[in-house]
Design a binder for this molecule. Structure first.
Ligand code: PMP
Length: 477
């Protein structure tokens, strides 16, 4: 007798087996159906060691995680190691990785030159509480490529970089307010959270003082008229305008280039310093970042991720005049900045190796081309499985938008459509793709590196096709 499964993705279809849609209990002729294995059941069956570790983690971490970004229901995969474009979980499952270390890996996992630099640095000692030649060479590499970098200061992370940049701007101008764009992400410190994922009305986020929220002016992304008017109105009280070049999460909520350029020029015209947050775009769009591509010279620039060689670290760089508030020559008016791990020699050597390799191999152009190929392959996948979904993004990114209205050009959609993407559905997509050996970010986004190849991109396309078929069969889409 013919056996029929309605979830056959746990293994290849065998002779005599067919997939049937959800809700159907028998086949014509009364043939029986065997029990369903849902995406979730399959995930649980495929990742038992991750599940056990998640249980252990739940005893030490709130919600079992140590950064909100890794929140995933019922638990995320636990990764044991990575190499190139692949990573392996504690159950031995292999994944093509499009999460890219939160965007910090332009050269994939364990690039031989970067790994060797880290090993050499670690073998020499990781903390001397002193100046090192490595930090100077790292700063020189930043200065050589980033147009606005007259002076450089290192920090421990991207969040610390924007925190320091805001303090420098306030000390330099003697003004209190910061103008930010709703949804733009600049790290998790008090001056950056209200208006990012919540509190879009400017009210204080939980744990943030009302005075801080009051000193933040939020404007809508992509509204040039609004941003220009806000800068003009508040110029005398604005310490800085801070901008994320492509919009929140590497363009997941896209910001037009024209908006960023217009806001920067309006700030300059009104004598308000500009902080450009190139923490994702720096050394990814090109060696000189967004500012190099668009001929901007922000007063301060923040970098981290690729600029820190994929290791913990951050950079604030900018004009001689503004950075000089850090100088002891300012005596009582000096801006305080310390940090046990600033300019750490291991990060410094990884960063020098990464920047050197990117410069020598034209890696930014390759990653950008890979981004375009990935978006095209995703769109092809949506057509093949006949779902009205779309891929969007710029440079080395992709973002997935479920339920694009028929025939609509994505670039014409309002920001609210991207901001309101169905998080739960995209998590199911990620889970189904994990089962196909591909990992993307939970929000349905991904980063391409310079070392992803055609086979990786084809695997991405095939994985999403299978994942969507499965989601369709379960009635999820
Ligand atoms: N700004 C931007 C644009 C970022 O993408 C990030 C990190 N995703 C940050 C700031 C914060 O950097 P970190 O996670 O190193 O603190």
């Amino acid at each position: 007798m013919q056996t029929t499964y309605w979830n056959v993705w746990a293994r290849p279809l065998q002779k005599g087996e067919v997939a049937v849609p959800k809700g159907q209990s028998t086949l014509p002729g009364g043939l029986p159906l065997v029990p369903l294995m849902t995406i979730l059941d399959d995930y649980l069956a495929t990742t038992p060691h991750s599940a056990a570790l998640a249980k252990q983690a739940a005893h030490v971490f709130v919600d079992g995680i140590t950064t909100d970004t890794r929140s995933f229901d019922p638990y995320g995969i636990t990764i044991a190691r990575g190499a190139g474009t692949r990573k392996w979980d504690v159950d031995g499952n292999e994944y093509r990785d499009f999460f890219g270390g939160h965007g910090s890996l332009m050269l994939g996992h364990c690039h031989p030159k970067v790994t060797s630099a880290i090993q050499q640095a670690a073998a020499r000692g990781v903390q001397f509480a002193a100046n090192t030649p490595e930090e100077v060479a790292w700063a020189e590499a930043i200065k050589a490529h980033v147009p606005s970098a007259e002076r450089v200061r290192f920090t421990g992370s991207g969040t610390e970089a924007t925190l320091l940049a805001i303090r420098i701007a306030r000390a330099f101008t003697g003004r209190a307010k910061i103008l930010r764009v709703c949804s733009h992400y600049h790290g998790w410190h008090d001056f950056a959270v209200s208006g990012y994922a919540s509190q879009h009305d400017g009210s204080p986020a939980p744990g943030v003082l009302a005075e801080i929220a009051r000193n933040t002016i939020l404007v809508s992304p992509n509204d040039e008229i609004e941003v220009k008017a806000a800068i003009k109105t508040h110029a005398s009280e604005l310490a800085a305008v801070i901008l994320e070049p492509l919009g929140s999460h590497f363009g997941m909520i896209p910001t037009c280039d024209d908006f960023v350029v217009a806001a920067s020029l309006a700030a300059k015209a009104n004598n308000v310093p500009v902080i450009l947050d190139e923490i994702i775009t720096g050394f990814r769009l090109g060696l000189s970042g967004f500012q190099g591509l668009f001929g901007l010279k922000p007063d301060l620039t923040c970098l981290a991720k690729v600029a820190a060689g994929g290791l913990p670290g951050g950079v604030v760089c900018g004009s001689e005049a503004m950075m000089s508030v850090l100088s002891r020559a300012k005596a009582q008016n000096k801006v305080l900045h310390q940090g046990t791990f600033t300019g750490n020699p291991v990060t410094a050597l990884a960063a020098i190796a990464t920047i050197g390799e990117i410069a020598a191999t034209n890696a930014c152009a390759t990653a950008t081309a890979n981004g375009a190929k990935a978006r095209a392959r995703l769109d092809e996948a949506f057509k093949r499985v006949n779902v009205p979904w779309g891929a969007y993004g710029q440079y080395s990114s992709f973002h997935i938008l479920p339920d694009v209205p028929d025939g609509v050009d994505l670039s014409t959609l309002p920001v609210s459509v991207f901001a309101g993407r169905p998080v739960k559905l995209l998590q199911s997509l990620r889970m189904a793709m994990i089962l196909e050996g591909v990992d993307i970010a939970s929000r349905g986004s991904g980063f391409l590196s310079a070392i992803h190849d055609e086979a990786d991109i084809e695997a991405l396309g095939q994985a999403i096709e299978q994942a969507l078929l499965r989601m369709k069969a379960e009635g999820l889409t």
